[in-house]
Design a protein around this ligand. Structure first.
Ligand code: SAH
Length: 430
């Protein structure tokens, strides 16, 4: 990967951080996500569905709750973006089976959007019925098809726009944080004496990591951070600043007050597509990820073997990620659908009844190791110092869902309608 990037930079000049992330993570021949299983204790990072089955079960309840609240349609698609090992969708489908009497007249299909060849194979192993052979067609937008263990049709796509536009519930867990970001630094006078002109591509050199530079606003405006080869060390990469404006600057808000920002145009494109679909056919989207509400600055980082990893060293061997800017997702949905959140993971899971579910599972098990695993998993998901406060939930819903409708509101309910969306307020089963 390093050689490939060096060759690219030598032939066409420094690349944006977004281009770097995209190449490193999803290059079809060598991308980090394409040919490896990086999840779990043996991998580079662990996610909530891999920690506890309760996580997926509660998300399954969320979708059923929305399906019931919006009139129990006769069919829906469950669409997951970036399904990892398929654990989350597997836990959700188990809940659908357990609540079979509620869903018995509903035709469900599963649609997975996945770029990774390796992970899509693991998803198929986790989710599909061995006796029904998978249909494969690498050249088609639907590159794999099968039937789940509970008899539901399941299909794989590389892009969301290839998923059929039916009534759908969408899920994206730790997906938006791997989408490529452009990074910008507000140029300021104090750093000018420290800049050097790069003769090859006319790019200014940043002597340190961007966040270490002092902050002092000047009228010069934004400069995009690029990645270049270090002239002192031939096989090393370094950050540099563009000498003039670049097109992605258009994604920065006019009234932006931060001095360092990350913008993710791909996230905007996906939220727009989800919003259009939900506005057109109904349904909902649930996004869960670590992130902020338009306040953080430099969050681009790498993970390898559960430890922080320098993003420029040994590209392709570590995960690269940037916090999700939920304020941007909300802006991109505005006018098309309503949004709820972001709210903290511990609040969302508490509202969804995690304590009750934990108690049921503990009561059912006499095995000390299982009980310990359940309690440890709960702590990891809920503890504010662990995942409880770092992860957020955010939802897109049709406007009518929050405005209320005849079948959704009865005369005794006086609360504003948003409070009846499970997870974003306490769960209210009827
Ligand atoms: N949701 C899972 C996995 C998160 S890791 C979990 O929580 O356990 C990110 C996932 O997104 C992986 O499955 C990865 O292969 C996939 N992915 C990364 N970039 C993608 C892209 N551009 N399009 C579709 N899937 C992508």
């Amino acid at each position: 990967m390093l050689r490939h990037l060096m060759y690219k930079i030598k032939s066409t000049g420094p690349i944006t951080v977004a281009e770097y992330m995209k190449e490193v993570l999803t290059n079809p021949a060598k991308g980090y996500y394409v040919y490896r299983d990086m999840l779990g204790k043996q991998g580079d990072f662990i996610t909530s569905p891999e920690i506890s089955q309760i996580f997926g079960e509660l998300l399954g309840i969320w979708f059923i709750s929305e399906w019931m609240a919006t009139g129990k349609s006769t069919a829906f698609q469950l669409v997951e973006l970036g399904p990892g090992r398929g654990t989350l969708v597997g836990d959700i489908l188990r809940v659908f089976t357990q609540l079979g009497s509620v869903l018995k007249n509903c035709d469900i299909s599963v649609h997975l959007v996945e770029v990774s060849q390796k992970l899509s194979e693991i998803q198929a192993l986790t989710l599909t019925e061995e006796k029904v052979p998978l249909e494969r067609n690498a050249g088609s937008p639907v590159y794999m098809k099968g039937v789940t263990k509970s008899g539901i049709p399941i299909s794989w796509y590389r892009h969301l726009h290839d998923v059929p536009k039916g009534y759908s519930f969408y899920l994206a867990h730790e997906f938006f944080d791997v989408l490529p970001v452009h990074k910008f630094q507000r140029e300021h006078i104090a750093m000018l004496p420290r800049l050097v002109l790069n003769s090859r591509a006319q790019v200014f050199v940043l002597p340190q990591h961007p966040k270490e530079l002092g902050l002092q606003k000047t009228p010069q405006g934004w400069r995009e951070v690029f990645i270049d080869i270090d002239p002192q060390v031939s096989d090393k990469l370094r950050f540099v600043l563009a000498p003039s404006a670049t097109p992605a600057e258009a994604f920065i808000q006019h009234d932006e007050t931060r001095d360092h920002v990350e913008v993710c145009p791909d996230a905007g494109v996906i939220i727009e597509e989800l919003s259009q679909r939900i506005a057109l056919t109904g349904g909902a989207a649930l996004v869960a990820d670590y992130g902020h509400d338009g306040t953080k600055t430099d969050t681009f980082r790498g993970f390898c073997g559960h430890k922080l990893h320098d993003v420029l060293i040994a590209p392709g061997t570590a995960d690269l990620t940037a916090d999700v800017d939920f304020s941007y997702l909300r802006r991109m949905a505005q006018g098309k659908v309503a949004s709820l959140g972001p709210i903290k993971q511990h609040t969302f899971l508490k509202n969804m009844g995690i304590d009750v579910r934990l108690k049921v599972l503990l009561d059912k098990s006499n095995e000390p190791s299982v009980r310990q695993q359940l309690l440890q998993g709960y702590d990891m998901l809920m503890n504010p110092k662990k995942m409880g406060e770092r992860f957020n939930f955010f939802a897109l819903l049709p406007h009518e869902r929050l405005e209320g409708g005849r079948h959704q509101r009865n005369a005794r309910q006086s609360k504003p309608f948003a409070s009846l969306v499970a997870g974003f307020s306490e769960l209210a089963w009827q």
